[in-house]
Design a protein around this ligand. Structure first.
Ligand SMILES: [Zn+2]
Length: 452
């Protein structure tokens, strides 16, 4: 009897390890999928078929060789048939994804900051903390986003181009998962709320809250405006910016050799990924982008006004000395608006900097790919995380430049902005309590600030 008990105790003690190994194994499999995407998306190849094979001799991989990490180790990094080397990048990406997934899981669900009795400190947001049963849909959103960020980082660093198809995936998952999760929690938990979220917040991302009608109106109005702009673009009623970029590129070699024969060494070659910085009409194109954004900005204002009209009389609140509407917003609507606001603000901050920078310097500053990237981050993690990550990305860039001074090799590479944004997003997520503490110190806020 005593023996059986200790065995049961042992099983209970080992359970977290088994859980984390499962999460890591799933992560490794997703890492394997990311390898396929990183290789095939820039080449415009089909992502689903054909099955994985040696790029040199086209020999198909067996199911054993397809096992993440171990398949590569079994082959010792060479094709079974033609012996040509297989890049170590594949197992490294798989291992990195596995570790990142496991780290997210441990940070969220380590109870009271302890995992297997080891104090792992308080990293990450408050909403996990031993309540996997009620929060797993939000975990799925975080893991989907971080996985896409890994692929975006690798593709952008190599090609200076971010495939938008990769960023649509986390946006669609966030749009579906967050509101449905909220609806489910509201029905199943008697209080109608998650048991644990950061103080002052009601969800796993920043949301407008039960009285935030003006933000709900702005989120819905702005989103409708974006849909209208895209329809106009699709119908050809407004023009895409940089539409004549390819035509301009074709005229280039002639002008570069005849007009300025001595300056060709300074100019980037026509096939360089940096070529877009030479495009001369960046200022003009920004006005085109402002026209595209006008319906979103206008309808966000209309939405705010409509919210005032809908939510009924706004009563003065004696505690906050502000006025609150008498009508309470349902949780699912508040959370849906949080996702939309995250998308609009996340992308909007980058877009505003792009327009301001391009108008100021006369060359394209920040790509539209970066706008889509931070819009996806905002949709998944909320507007606070995406805004912090955007400004944090500059520090990541500085850190990379310092590494480039200290070391050679990969750190010397000239990098686009996308990877900095992706790295900053992950760092922000993993340092929520630290950032909240810092913001509290800087603003001298009482009570202390908390991040969702
Ligand atoms: Zn081969």
């Amino acid at each position: 009897m005593t023996l059986a008990l200790t065995r049961a105790d042992l099983l209970i003690a080992l359970f977290p390890i088994v859980q984390v190994l499962w999460v890591a194994a799933f992560g490794a499999c997703v890492g394997s999928l990311l390898n396929v995407l990183v290789y095939r998306l820039p080449l415009g190849l089909d992502v689903v078929t054909p099955s994985s094979r040696c790029p040199n001799c086209e020999t198909k991989l067996t199911w054993r060789e397809n096992i993440p990490i171990f398949g590569w180790l079994m082959l010792r990094g060479r094709c079974r048939f033609c012996r040509s080397p297989i890049s170590a990048e594949y197992p490294i990406v798989e291992a990195f994804t596995a570790v990142l997934w496991a780290a997210v899981f441990v940070v969220l669900y380590a109870d009271q900051g302890r995992f297997l009795g080891i104090p792992v400190g308080r990293l990450g947001p408050d909403w996990g903390q031993g309540q996997f049963t009620w929060t797993w849909p939000s975990l799925v959103v975080v893991l989907a986003l971080f996985s896409c960020l890994i692929a975006v980082t690798l593709i952008d660093a190599r090609t200076f181009h971010i495939p938008l198809s990769l960023l649509i995936v986390p946006v669609v998952i966030a749009l579906a998962a967050h509101p449905l999760h909220a609806l489910w929690v509201h029905i199943k938990i008697p209080s109608g709320r998650l048991p644990r979220v950061a103080a002052g917040w009601e969800w796993t991302i920043a949301t407008p809250g039960p009285h935030g009608w003006r933000w709900i109106g702005a989120a819905i109005g702005g989103t409708v405006g974006l849909v209208i702009s895209n329809l106009l673009l699709w119908k050809g009623l407004i023009k895409r910016s940089f539409a004549d970029y390819d035509d301009w590129l074709k005229t280039l070699p002639a002008t570069a050799t005849t007009a300025q024969p001595h300056s060709t060494a300074d100019a980037a070659p026509a096939d360089s990924p940096e070529m877009w910085t030479q495009y001369p009409h960046a200022r003009r194109e920004m006005f085109r982008e402002l026209i595209f954004l006008a319906p979103a900005i206008g309808l966000a204002m209309v939405g705010t006004w409509a919210a005032f009209a809908y939510a009924g009389p706004w009563k003065p609140n004696p505690v906050t000395i502000s006025t609150d509407p008498t009508k309470i917003a349902p949780l699912w609507l508040s959370v849906l608006s949080g996702v939309l606001l995250g998308y609009l603000i996340g992308g909007g901050v980058v877009w505003a900097m792009r327009i301001a920078g391009s108008l100021a310097f006369g060359k394209e500053a920040l790509g539209l790919g970066d706008v889509h990237l931070m819009a996806a981050v905002g949709a998944c993690l909320g507007w606070i995380d995406s805004t912090l990550a955007f400004f944090g990305a500059a520090f990541v860039g500085v850190a990379w430049a310092i590494l480039g001074r200290l070391f050679s090799g990969v750190f010397r590479r000239h990098m686009p902005f996308g990877p900095y944004l992706a790295i900053a997003t992950v760092l922000v997520w993993f340092s929520k309590p630290g950032i909240a503490h810092l913001l509290t110190l800087l603003s001298k806020a009482r009570p202390p600030l908390a991040l969702p």
